[in-house]
Write a protein that binds this ligand. Structure first.
Ligand code: NIG
Ligand code: FE
Length: 413
């Protein structure tokens, strides 16, 4: 199967294979080829260039992209799309004055989702999650990280991980899996958090590592959830069993989790709504990607990640959705890119770099995804006829996508 896309107005994010991350000042640059063509064979980008150099090519499918922008599909490096039911009642409770923390303290929040998930069959959980995955793919997401963390028992966490494994097998999207057993302290361990951390460290992590059910290990490092000691223990155990750290940190409080994650060579540190100068310093000279989740800030009305400070310190930044039932019931990367420009004051170039190549880096797959490169996987967005790529963030809330191609297949309705 081959696809030729011709007369592309602007082909974005054309980079050398060896570029797997973009940092600081370089994030302002988005390499573009104007009036271009692109050829896909099976699941791979095999050729591209200016139309002036296009020679005959017999493709199974030809797409005329006159007036359209073509870019790599979004790489969403932080989601919780496997969950059961929803928490729209808590959304209304927050409108009526309760805070996210107050809802969690009265047993709602993550514990509410865990109870529903524990009582949902694996098949039903898979079907609900598949729907979400298919809908975010139509919005242009071609690679996605999915976390466990609404199980909170050995059995239910494994159920979630098996569902993610099945999504990975059945879907065209690239899927990376994260064990987030340390998402909240379950009701049964309310008075004995250490015993739950013991269970994670001595049972869950070894079992998941052995069965190769996850790539990453995550912890919600936050007041009222898991402290620095818990996080240290979990990341140490994860690393020992082949799970790379990738953590939730600095969402509401900053108390040293970033430096701890860097010490453990975390692939990414995510949220970062609260950042102190020492957190930025800890990230310098590290291989850890800072990840911002602007839709979460929007939905909870909490501060936005200080993206300007991070980028102007020479660091990279990735953008992801955080799609989950409590703090971000949206998996729309187009909205994330817009919000990053509007609220985080990122330029369109910075936001697109953050949502493609840097997102792929945060999942450890930027050698295969996140830029237009010969030999990379053919995960492509073709926009509608729009004046320029500036319109992607500018026309916030609009769907400007015409077609999405994932691993060489055009998605249909
Ligand atoms: O990333 N911060 C922790 N976890 C999720 C929210 C989970 C929930 O409320 O269900 C997040 O925002
Ligand atoms: Fe999250």
């Amino acid at each position: 199967m081959s696809i030729l896309i011709k007369n592309i107005k602007e082909l974005l994010q054309v980079r050398d294979t060896n570029i797997t991350i973009v940092k600081g000042e370089d994030m302002k640059t988005l390499p573009i080829l104007k009036n271009a063509y692109l050829i896909i064979e099976n699941d791979t980008i095999v050729e591209f260039g200016p139309m002036s150099e296009f020679a005959e090519y017999e493709a199974d499918e030809v797409i005329d992209a006159t007036g359209k922008i073509v870019l790599p599909a979004w790489c969403d490096s932080h989601t919780h799309i496997v969950y059961a039911g929803d928490r729209s009642q808590e959304f209304v409770d927050r409108i009526n004055g309760l805070t996210y923390e107050q809802i969690a303290q009265r047993g709602g929040g993550i514990l509410n989702s865990a109870e529903v998930l524990q009582n949902t069959s694996e098949e039903e959980l898979y079907q609900q999650s598949l729907k979400r995955l298919n809908s975010v793919m139509k919005l242009g997401t071609g690679a996605i990280e999915i976390k466990s963390g609404y199980g909170l028992t050995v059995e239910a966490e494994l159920k979630m991980l098996r569902v993610i494994k099945r999504l990975k097998k059945e879907s065209l999207a690239a899927v990376k899996t994260t064990l987030l057993a340390a998402h909240a302290v379950p009701k049964a361990y309310k008075e004995n958090k250490t015993a739950y951390v013991d269970l994670i460290v001595s049972e869950m992590i070894p079992e998941v590592g052995k069965a190769k059910l996850a790539d990453y290990v995550d912890v919600f490092c936050e007041k009222g959830y898991f402290d620095l000691d818990d996080t240290d223990r979990i990341l140490t155990a994860g690393t020992a069993h082949g799970l790379i750290p990738k953590i939730h940190v600095n969402q509401f409080n900053a108390f040293g989790g970033v430096a701890l994650a860097v010490k453990h060579n975390a692939r990414s540190v995510d949220h970062l709504e609260e950042m102190r100068p020492e957190d930025i310093d800890a990230l310098k000279d590290s291989s850890t990607m800072p990840v911002s989740l602007p839709s979460c800030s929007y939905f909870l009305s909490i501060p936005y990640t200080p993206a300007r400070q991070i980028i102007e310190s020479g660091l990279p930044l990735a953008l992801a959705t955080d799609y989950n039932p409590g703090s971000t019931p949206s998996g729309n990367m187009n909205f994330v890119v817009s919000t990053a420009c509007i609220k985080l004051k990122m330029t369109p170039e910075e936001a697109i770099n953050a949502a493609t190549i840097n997102g792929a880096y945060a999942m450890g797959i930027s050698n295969q995804y996140g830029s237009i490169c010969r030999g990379k996987k053919a995960n492509i967005i073709i926009t509608k006829d729009i004046p320029s790529y500036y319109n992607l963030p500018y026309n916030f809330g609009d769907n400007l996508i015409d077609k999405v191609i994932i691993r060489g297949k055009i998605l249909t309705d």
